[in-house]
Design a protein around this ligand. Sequence first.
Ligand code: TXA
Ligand code: MG
Length: 339
Amino acid sequence: METKIFKLEQIQAAADLIKAGELVAFPTETVYGLGADATNEQAVKKVYAAKGRPSDNPLIVHIASLDTVEKYAAFISPDARKLMQQFWPGSLTMIFKLKPGAFSMTVTGGLATAAFRFPDNQATLKLIKTANCPLVGPSANTSGKPSPTTAQHVYHDLNGKIAGILDDGPTRVGVESTVLDMSTDEPVILRPGAVTKTQIESIIGSIETNHHHVGKDETPKAPGMKYKHYAPKAQVYIVDRETDWNAAYQWATTRTTRVGVMAEAHVLQDLKSADNVTKYSLGEGIAAASAKLFAGLRQFDDQPTIKAILVQAFPTNGLGNAYMNRLNKSAGEKHFKLS
Ligand code: TXA
Ligand code: MG
């Protein structure tokens, strides 16, 4: 099957494929998702197969109206309603207990809950409305790879495995949504994302965070947290401080293999060129860096001669928390150290 790329004026054709039980990747403001009709179990099964995703890792259900959550969720707290009002459409995914039989086990991974997300992307909201069903949508990458922020990234990973991709250019935010569990007595952040803890707390008061690393045989609250993620083939090293760059760069230029370097433009500017080093600019500031992180890791992943990648750290406040969470996973927590 050749994967078809749909332009925005071809949403009807993309929706027809979804209705026929096929897979179509869709844009969101965070990353591209791999869409299937959430009410069609056979279609949802294809999502796991295309991504190579373990079947105990549940999928986010993407919706285009609040009525859809009311239809499937067993209980929505007043706090959850406040958060919906503030952040939907947007990058906050919320987990609710489901009515019995709301979705198949294939969607929920056998849990009694589901994650709901109202994406901030006009084309995808129209796709959901036209297909007239909620869409499951994990990030549209091969399992373990960085999430896709362009239609080309999706094509690279999934060409031949899915029916289509709805192309809306590069995504704006670049890191995935915040996953907030609203199914428990106390709300808990399971995955830091584009909507920050401080933003959530400004609406509903103080909340817990629970996105620590989980061993292979433990049962984490967000099953996806236990799998290897965002990892290019080359070893990624985090460069913690701007003052470390001279030493880190010195190290890079003395390697016998090639090294990729990802940092803000002003940091790169101060580093001389070297034959074995390829630079990738993260722009300026945490918002730009978050939007470009996955694209940079992917670019270097496509160059097999690159054996190491140095990436700039950011402070872990605000969006920096989501950026560093993804970077730590892609680096396996390895930091550049002078030795
Ligand atoms: O920004 C995003 O959230 C993107 C775009 C496409 O919407 N989607 C995305 O989906 O990142 P995915 O499947 O790659 O990550 C969803 C995460 C996983 O870690 C999964 O385990 C967790 O959310 N999750 C999903 N449903 C859950 C549930 N019912 N309980 C706990 N965790 C859940
Ligand atoms: Mg993912």
